[in-house]
Ligand binder design. Structure first.
Ligand code: PEP
Length: 256
């Protein structure tokens, strides 16, 4: 099956309002015309999602949140609910990023609650999994990502699962400039698709897009994205510059 590539920029906690507006406009100008062949999304900080929803109102560039709470509303100071995101025109939400797992102690169980809450309002969840350097060196990569996927997908129907975007992000490659080789990434992506076949069935596993993330840059994007089970990229640092992000989207286009 051919899966439409999906490239999403995770802006993390960067830029003020002025800089955010400028980057949104730049990315829209560069990439809106490519949205028929490649899904392109950006994930600004929560503070700027409302203004981003206005600048990206034609929905050619998808709007993503970096996090979400699992409750619909209530006494959760500082949190943002799925319904709030939906009302801003948000399309996707990143769940279980390794920085959230590491700095904010997010567990597989919490990730699963967030995924279910996101799906319940029609948001697409980008579910992040990945091993640490110690786990890779101990030969535990596949065990680790399999446990994370089983946890995140627990209780989801095949129909729900097929809407999810999975992101394989080795922790040792995030923000380090050290990327997995295309072969290392493909091996894990293939194993994840096999696991999804085991959990659901082959058509469901075939439908799920699996992004790679971890120091994706213009110079390495094409070799990663040409792998058969790599269906896109979750991009951190390189998504903060319009020209670099455009080059990564172009690499996806050349493989689309
Ligand atoms: C990320 O934060 O998801 C990421 C992949 O970051 P970077 O591209 O900077 O490694």
């Amino acid at each position: 099956m051919t899966r439409k590539p999906i490239i999403v920029g995770n802006w993390k906690m960067n830029n003020d309002l002025h800089e955010t507006r400028a980057l949104l406009s730049d990315i829209h100008d560069r990439l809106a015309s490519k949205s028929a062949q490649v899904d392109v999304g950006v994930a600004p900080p929560a503070t700027f999602l409302a203004v981003a929803g206005e600048i990206l109102a034609d929905d050619l560039i998808l709007l993503a949140a970096q996090n979400v709470h699992y409750a619909d509303s209530g006494a959760f100071t500082g949190e943002v609910s799925p319904r709030m995101l939906k009302s801003l025109g948000v399309d996707l939400v990143i769940v279980g990023h390794s920085e959230r797992r590491h700095y904010f102690a997010e567990t597989d169980e919490l990730v699963n609650r967030k995924v279910k809450a996101a799906l319940s309002v029609g948001l697409v969840a980008i579910v992040c999994v990945g091993e640490t350097l110690e786990e890779r060196e101990a030969g535990q990569t596949l065990e680790k990502v399999s446990t994370q996927v089983r946890g995140a997908f627990d209780g989801l129907s095949a129909q729900q699962a097929s809407t999810i975007v999975l992101a394989y992000e080795p922790v040792w490659a995030i923000g380090t400039g050290r990327t997995a080789t295309p072969e290392q990434a493909q091996e894990v992506h293939r194993a994840l698709r096999d696991l999804l076949t085991e959990l659901y069935d082959a058509p469901t596993a075939d439908a799920i897009r699996i992004q790679y993330g971890g120091s994706v840059k213009p110079h390495n994007a094409e070799s990663l994205l040409s792998q058969p089970d790599i269906d896109g990229a979750l991009v951190g640092g390189a998504s903060l510059k319009g020209d670099a992000f455009e080059a990564i989207v172009n690499a996806a286009l050349s493989n689309a």
